[in-house]
Unconditional design. Structure first.
Lengths: 328, 211, 715
């Protein structure tokens, strides 16, 4: 790790004041589970770290008067899993409770999970977010077994690493962002962007902005679930996830939000799958059809075709799980 | 956009030029410097480093002092500065659990926490679990069930199991398997560990006073 | 004169019992010190400057900036300009500094210019290898042409397993400390304490007698830590230059890149059979890579001495960190190829593989009877008859269950081992032996043998190992340690008793030959009333202690070699995701006389877990364009976790027919079969062979697709 200077902010105003105009100037330290590794791998080398864990306003979960549930960005994943008010957001809790390990969940924060960087092994080895060597992407001709099957027209091929993000988008969550000039709210769905050039980020966040809260609309009557496909039981990156949130009218789906994780450079909302499900009764066949629709535009790279099948199954199983036990 | 940002920073009282100048000092000067104070968010905020800064850690109930750069991890400080070598460095990337310690009651990968940010927190290492010469029930259960071979993952596993049992005093075998996935062993001692966790849980039932 | 044999079963007080390892309390409390934990006063931290290229020549090295950095105490050029480097991660230069961060900054400040040369880092296809493919001549036995011409059934397949790494949790390295100008104290992480001084001394050009190697505990070796490495020698050179001890251990990425691999193995196999299941011919075209070395050729066909054979093997030389012995070198590869090919043959004949293996069991030679017995026991323990089905679980739903089996062998003859056993006039007992405990339980086993023989409690024995100043004992590898150390400890203990009996006999009015050591007493055989306590007896030694040297090899028959094992695996496969979950493995294993049943079982459990790892997860993934390893971390170089292994049932073949063979090593054998047994279970579950390990979802889905089940699963 390269040397840096360190400051701990007590307020969000101090935090943004301590941040700089470029990512190299300063970065936010929350749980650290991703950032410290990125620094050890010399992928990022900020001159200053700004610890935001001491900011009281950023911790904890509370219901607001407008019925939104506000999750402080530096709430840990375990605090989220254990929180009674968040328990109704089943897809979110299912996504959170299997992230990493007991240590990761105790350390990592919700905001950090949303802002963590991709695990693409070319990126982590120093070839940039777009994984290029001599101007050419290493991914299509390299080992892309863990890379994107959707949104992979290039130049970005990595997959979004956040399981929470897909669940939050399924609920239509917003992120509260605080910067030097003002606070703003952005739909979680809009927060993620596919970078077009090296130097672009996969998040809509400026170097001197921080995510302060996650705002979840009330989910009463919403049937939801997250299904994760990962090879190992313990700490292991998912190969595909699907989060679904369904509104029912009798036994028919009246509205659906279906979001895939770990399959595209951003959490991938699938209008195709949603359209396939709306108006239908949930059954193995309709869930399967939605799964098929979700991957209808998927495109295999040389070594990741299997992920198309995994994404399809994740969508199917998440829908069936939501139908079985989704309303809380 | 960047110009705007610059202006904001100036208004907050941190000169960007100053910032770079200070950050740009030779990064390995072994001098211990007091913190700088910068103006941010309407308050004076202390900025430490990048050189060595005094750090006090509360480890196993004792205040321990050293001087380290902000980039030094809690694990490195424990091992290199305090000679508490029970926690091991293995993956060094928050994956394998060999460095697990308990921070404010929570299982923590010490390879991925900065020593400077661990100040003011209660840190328990594997060395702190023993009560005098007596092994902690989790430690005794590891011995009884041969839950170690080479033993390099063992201290981290012991601490992780202790933290797990604090949260799940009555675990099912399934919970044990799902709950301890944050630690890896290469010799293959998981069968013994599963049995050890269940034994320790049984022993602690009804009288969990020592935690 | 002592009779050198093991006590009869009814006389064993500790041998063969379930005894907790003696260093357990140290390990669980964090007090056990590994070489990596050693922090002598004034310690400096070493760091290696590594080549990022798989194949390159050094053009120039500029260390001036590093040398100027405050806190840097020594800089050393490991490879001079002009030197060719053959893999990414190879050492170029090294620094030592007052702390790790400074050492890292200094290493980064060393500027190296390379001339990049062409490389090869993959081995999946020998055609890609060009000149780096080194075919050897075909080997034949019997008349393979005739066997295949006359075969009633011929079965063909492709099988293989990739390069994997040892991934020792304690990385390779050392703390090197000079004591004066000519003496080195080496805290090395090693499987061979006694042999280390000579290897450290030679490059340093000092007498081996001036080097002392010590090691209390080692954090894993698995075959990769037999010799000190170049970076250990570099640490010694830096320590000399700096005048202070230097700690040099690999970072995790370097550990996975350069500190040893298990060679790959791939083979196209053809088997000739009769319809009744008799195997009549074997043909294989195999290739493997062990990096810049050949990696050896796996012993195909494994175990079964098929009468007619034609085999040809090609070594692929490539720019990957070199192979080192990996637990049972060559055997897991040969086993995974042979046992899967044979199981495919059984499936083609629609035979139960247990029947098929039994049908041909005499081809296994000397161990046939043991395999037959073990197959029966394993089948009972896993419920084979009740649960086995023909290929392809026909039940509804996406989860398919299946069972598979495999068999293996290993030598395990005890290595040369010396020890000194001292009995003091106050009764205290001290044993010195230059061995090391890899976590196999060597300490515990030696103490069990000494205590059982002397008739004293385990705690009465003070054992000192892990120091090259103690009597020479062999390297711990190849399952040779338990035989070596138990035999030398037994001989020393028996000889010590002889010496003691001679001193004690007059006091008991008996002939020394009439005495025995039982229950903390020396007594006339069968006469507890004519006895002295251990302490009283030892007082008869007079003023001086009694010391004897125990040796292996030596008189009497205490050890043996050659074991057989059978394993059966039960798995569930989700055919929609291709994910394999372990339900159970049954392992039936013989290893002669067992010293400590508890740690012996732990060896088998551990081997099975390593086996699950390489069967399902492990692979050193190389990028041919970049020439580097893509997963040099523990996130994507995946080891099995506590929730991934299912359940195990271990059955040790003990008692009559086994114990009297003497002690045989156990570390290697049980790690050989899991790959084949699990692959066979997956094939049985899903109805099609997944040709290569690890059995990852992409490959499982691809196999299913080929069978005609699924789309999209291209690999």
């Amino acid at each position: 790790m390269r040397a840096f200077e360190y400051a701990s902010a007590m307020t969000k105003e101090q935090a943004v004041g301590l941040l700089g105009a470029s990512w190299d100037d300063a970065m936010v330290l929350a749980g650290g589970t991703d950032l410290i590794s990125l620094m050890k791998d010399d992928v990022v080398h900020p001159k200053r770290l700004v610890n935001i864990k001491e900011i009281k306003d950023l911790r904890g979960i509370r219901s607001r008067s407008d019925k939104m549930l506000a999750i402080g960005a530096s709430t840990t994943l375990q605090e989220l899993v254990d929180d009674a008010q968040a328990a109704g957001y089943r897809a979110l809790i299912q996504a959170a409770e299997s992230i990493g390990s007991q240590q990761i969940r105790a350390m990592a924060t919700v905001g950090g999970n949303l802002c963590q960087r991709p695990r693409c092994w070319y990126y982590r080895a120093g070839y940039g977010l777009l994984a290029t060597n001599n101007g050419e992407s290493l991914v299509p001709t390299g080992d892309n077994r863990y890379h994107a099957i959707l949104g992979n027209d290039g130049p970005a091929y990595f997959v979004s690493p956040s399981s929470l993000a897909a669940a939050l988008i399924a609920y239509g969550a917003k992120l509260a962002v605080f910067g030097p000039k003002d606070a703003r709210e952005v739909a979680a769905e809009q927060f993620y962007v596919i970078p077009k050039a090296e130097g672009d980020r996969e998040h809509d966040l400026k170097p001197n902005e921080i995510v302060t809260h996650i705002l979840l609309p009330a989910a009463a009557g919403v049937r939801s679930a997250t299904y994760k496909v990962h090879q190992k039981d313990g700490l292991d990156w998912p190969l595909a996830t699907a989060s679904v949130a369904l509104k029912m009218n009798g036994d028919k789906v009246s509205a659906a939000r279906i979001v895939l994780g770990h399959v595209a450079p951003i959490p991938w909302r699938s209008p195709e799958a949603e359209a396939a499900l709306v108006g239908k009764t949930i059954s193995e066949a309709t869930a399967q059809a939605a799964g098929d629709a979700a991957v209808s535009k998927a495109k295999a790279l040389s070594g990741n075709g299997y992920k198309i099948q995994l994404a399809r199954v994740a969508v199917k199983r998440a829908i069936l799980d939501a139908a079985r036990g989704g309303a809380k | 956009m960047r110009d705007d940002d610059d202006k904001v920073v100036e208004k907050e009282g941190i000169s960007r030029r100053n910032f770079l100048k200070v950050s740009g000092i030779s990064l390995t000067v072994p001098l211990v410097l007091g913190p700088r104070v910068v103006r941010a968010g309407g308050a004076d905020v202390k900025v430490f480093g990048p050189g060595k800064v005094p750090v006090t850690l509360m480890v196993n109930g004792k205040a321990m002092k050293t001087e380290v750069e902000p980039r030094v991890t809690l694990l490195e400080a424990l091992r290199n500065d305090f000679d508490l070598t029970g926690a091991k460095r293995v993956c060094d990337r928050a994956t394998c659990g060999a460095c697990t310690v308990i921070v404010d009651g929570k299982p923590t990968y010490s390879c991925t926490v900065l020593a400077i940010e661990a100040q003011g927190r209660g840190i328990t290492t594997v060395e702190g679990l023993m009560q005098g010469d007596k092994l902690h029930p989790v430690q005794q259960a590891f011995v009884d069930n041969d839950a170690q071979q080479c033993g390099f993952c063992t201290p981290g596993f012991v601490v992780a199991c202790k933290a797990f049992l604090d949260k799940h005093p009555n675990p099912t075998p399934e919970q044990v398997q799902q709950g301890l996935g944050g630690n890896l062993c290469r010799c293959g001692t998981y069968m013994g560990i599963r049995a050890a966790v269940l034994q320790a849980a049984n022993q602690q039932k009804g009288g969990r006073r020592n935690g | 004169m002592a009779e050198y044999k093991w006590p009869e079963a009814d006389k064993r007080t500790l041998i063969g019992k379930r005894i907790s390892r003696v260093d357990g309390p140290q390990k669980v409390s964090g007090r056990a010190k590994y070489s990596f934990d050693y922090n002598p006063k004034g310690l400096l931290f070493g760091k290696i400057v590594r080549s990022p290229h798989a194949h390159a020549k050094i053009t120039s090295i500029d260390t001036s900036a590093a040398e100027r950095m405050p806190g840097v105490k020594a800089v050393h050029i490991v490879q001079q300009p002009g030197t060719e480097l053959f893999w990414a991660g190879a050492s170029v230069a090294a620094v030592a500094a007052v702390d790790e961060a400074t050492a890292e900054d200094a290493a980064r400040a060393v500027k190296v210019v390379y001339e990049v040369l062409p490389h090869l880092v993959v081995d999946r296809d020998p055609k890609m290898a060009g000149d780096n493919a080194r075919p050897s001549a075909a080997q034949t036995a019997g008349d393979a042409d005739k066997a295949f011409a006359e075969a009633e059934v011929t079965v063909e397949g492709f099988y293989g397993l990739p390069v994997i790494t040892h991934c020792c949790l304690e990385p390779h390295g050392s703390v090197m400390e000079w004591q004066g100008e000519q003496n080195v104290l080496a805290h090395l992480s090693t499987q061979a304490v006694s042999g280390a001084p000579a290897q450290i001394a030679r490059p340093l050009e000092i007498p081996a007698a001036n080097v002392r190697c010590v090691q209390d505990h080692i954090g894993g070796g698995f075959g990769s830590k037999f010799s000190p490495d170049e970076w250990d020698i570099t640490a010694a050179r830096l320590a000399k230059k700096a005048g202070a001890p230097v700690k040099m251990f690999n970072e995790r990425d370097a550990e996975l890149m350069v500190a040893g691999t298990r060679p790959s193995a791939y083979a196209k196999v053809k088997i000739a059979l009769k319809k009744d299941g008799t195997i009549t011919g074997w043909q294989s075209e195999s290739w493997a890579s062990g990096g810049m070395g050949s990696g050896g050729s796996p012993p195909l066909p494994y175990i079964f001495n098929i009468p007619n054979q034609r085999k040809q093997h090609t070594a692929i030389v490539n720019n990957v960190g070199s192979a080192r012995a990996w637990r049972a070198p060559g055997h897991p590869q040969a086993c995974a190829i042979t046992m899967t090919a044979l199981e495919d043959a059984a499936a083609a004949l629609k035979m139960d593989p247990v029947d098929f293996f039994l049908k041909n069991i005499d081809m296994t030679g000397a161990r046939a009877a043991i395999y037959r017995e073990e197959l029966g026991i394993a089948a009972d323990l896993i419920g084979w008859k009740k649960n086995w089905h023909e290929r392809g679980d026909k039940t509804a739903g996406p989860i398919k269950r299946g069972m598979g089996l495999s068999m293996h062998t290993w030598g395990g003859l005890g290595h040369p081992s010396d020890c000194d056993l001292t009995i003091q006039p106050d009764g205290s007992i001290e044993m010195k032996m230059g061995t090391q405990d890899l976590g196999t339980g060597t300490r515990t086993a030696v103490m069990i043998v000494v205590a059982d023989t002397l008739g004293v409690p385990l705690e009465a024995v003070k054992l000192m190992i892990g120091d090259s100043r103690y009597p020479v004992s062999g390297a711990s590898g190849g399952s040779t340690t338990i035989g070596g150390v138990s035999a030398s400890a037994r001989r020393a203990s028996l000889d010590a008793l002889d010496g003691l009996f001679a001193k004690v006999a007059p006091a008991l009015n008996a002939d020394p030959n009439e005495l025995e050591a039982v229950g903390g007493k020396i007594q006339v055989k069968g006469h507890p009333d004519r006895s002295l306590s251990w302490q009283q007896a030892c007082q008869k030694l007079g003023g001086m202690p009694l010391t004897v040297r125990g040796k292996n090899p030596g008189p009497g028959s205490l050890i043996n070699q050659g074991v057989g094992g059978v394993q059966m695996a039960d798995v569930s496969v989700d055919v929609e995701t291709g994910i394999v979950k372990m339900n159970r493995i049954v392992a039936v294993q013989d290893c002669g006389l067992i010293i400590d049943l508890k740690t012996a079982e732990s060896q088998v459990y551990g081997a099975l877990i390593m086996g699950v790892g390489y069967a399902l997860y492990e692979e050193k993934i190389m990028d041919q364009k970049l020439g580097r390893m893509l997963n040099p971390n523990m996130e994507f170089y995946k080891l099995a976790g506590i929730g991934d292994i299912g359940d195990f049932k271990v059955h040790m073949m003990t008692g009559k027919g086994y114990d009297e063979r003497g002690v045989i090593g156990l570390g290697e054998p049980p790690v050989i079969s899991p790959g084949a047994a699990i692959s066979n279970a997956v094939a049985n579950a899903i109805g099609v062979r997944v040709p290569t390990l690890p059995l990852t979802p992409d490959k499982v889905l691809a196999a299913l697709e080929q069978k005609g089940g699924r789309k999209d699963a291209s690999i």
